[in-house]
Design a protein around this ligand. Structure first.
Ligand code: DGL
Length: 287
């Protein structure tokens, strides 16, 4: 089992921030990544829709005998982690708790900002998790829905992104936060612009990096580190891979091998996920 891959999934390209962080700490592990690019964004959808999509994503990866699932999406982690844990027997890690714990431990003035999708902000998941660590911390949340398409577009240093960021971040700057959680896996792609606007005295926290450390801890506890690299990582998307490839290569700084488009949504309802795995169809190979 230790040579089984790790499954990482997100609604799109943003989860590659988690992929990169895990890869950096665990270069020997084989990773299978799924980006549900046909249905992004998840962050503007209702919790029940996000849950349904998340179960289909997870069911797809389970087919590859993964030894654990990492939810590289804050929206899914906010609203669906508990139901995923009930439905699947492999260990499942999400990004909220690791990011919240780190934020609570590093804030100096007890004023933490969280930027995320609308669904994550509405769920209050970060606020609840940060306050569970330190109840006296004040948490200020701001939804930044336009950041996702800007990141997907690869506009990480575009002046339009800067204007949008100024608008979104002003209320948090006014609240004198000293720590800002990038509570959406797409946002680290825009990290430089965000840092420039909030200023260098505000510590940016990438929840993807925080979860990567927990992946290491879990493998350590379970004595499940891969003994050797067992083939290349595989990347799956649910729409044409052209756009994904462009942004991914820009972000990862390397050529993306093994990218395949798949159809995962013929599986329906949580109850049917395992029973309907046979219906998964590989649409086209887009290496
Ligand atoms: N990956 C999502 C998240 O971290 C953002 C993109 C989306 O809305 O689907 O919340």
């Amino acid at each position: 089992m230790k040579d089984w891959p790790i499954g990482i999934f997100d609604s799109g390209v943003g989860g590659l921030t988690v992929y990169r962080a895990v890869k950096k700490l665990l270069p020997n592990e084989k990773i299978i990544y799924l980006g549900d690019t046909a249905r992004i964004p998840y962050g503007t959808r209702s919790p029940s829709t996000v849950k349904r999509y998340a179960h289909q994503d997870a069911a797809f990866l389970i087919k590859y005998s993964v030894k654990m699932l990492v939810i590289a999406c804050n929206t899914i982690s906010s609203v669906a982690i508990e139901s995923l844990k009930l439905a699947f027997s492999v260990p499942i890690l999400g990004v909220i708790e690791p990011g919240a714990k780190r934020a609570a431990s590093i804030t100096r003035n007890g004023r933490v900002g969280v930027i995320a999708t609308e669904a994550t902000v509405e769920s209050d998941a970060y606020k609840i998790a940060i306050k569970a660590c330190q109840p006296e911390i004040d948490v200020f949340s701001q939804a930044c829905p336009l950041f996702v398409p800007l990141a997907e577009e690869g506009w990480s240093s575009h002046h339009v992104t800067k204007l949008v960021a100024q608008e979104y971040l002003k209320p948090l700057i006014d609240q004198k936060i000293d720590t800002l959680v990038l509570g959406c896996t797409h946002y680290p792609i825009l990290r430089n612009i965000i840092q420039e606007i909030v200023g260098k005295n505000v510590t940016l926290l990438d929840s993807g990096e925080c979860v990567a450390a927990e992946v290491v801890d879990l493998l350590q506890q379970q004595k499940a580190f891969a003994s050797s690299k067992n083939g290349d990582d595989l990347f799956y998307v649910t729409d044409s891979g052209k756009r994904f490839r462009r942004t991914a290569e820009l972000f990862l700084g390397e050529e993306l091998k093994n990218l395949t488009a798949v159809d995962i949504w013929q599986t329906d309802t949580t109850a049917n996920v395992l029973g309907s795995l046979d219906m998964l169809t590989e649409l086209s190979d887009i290496h």
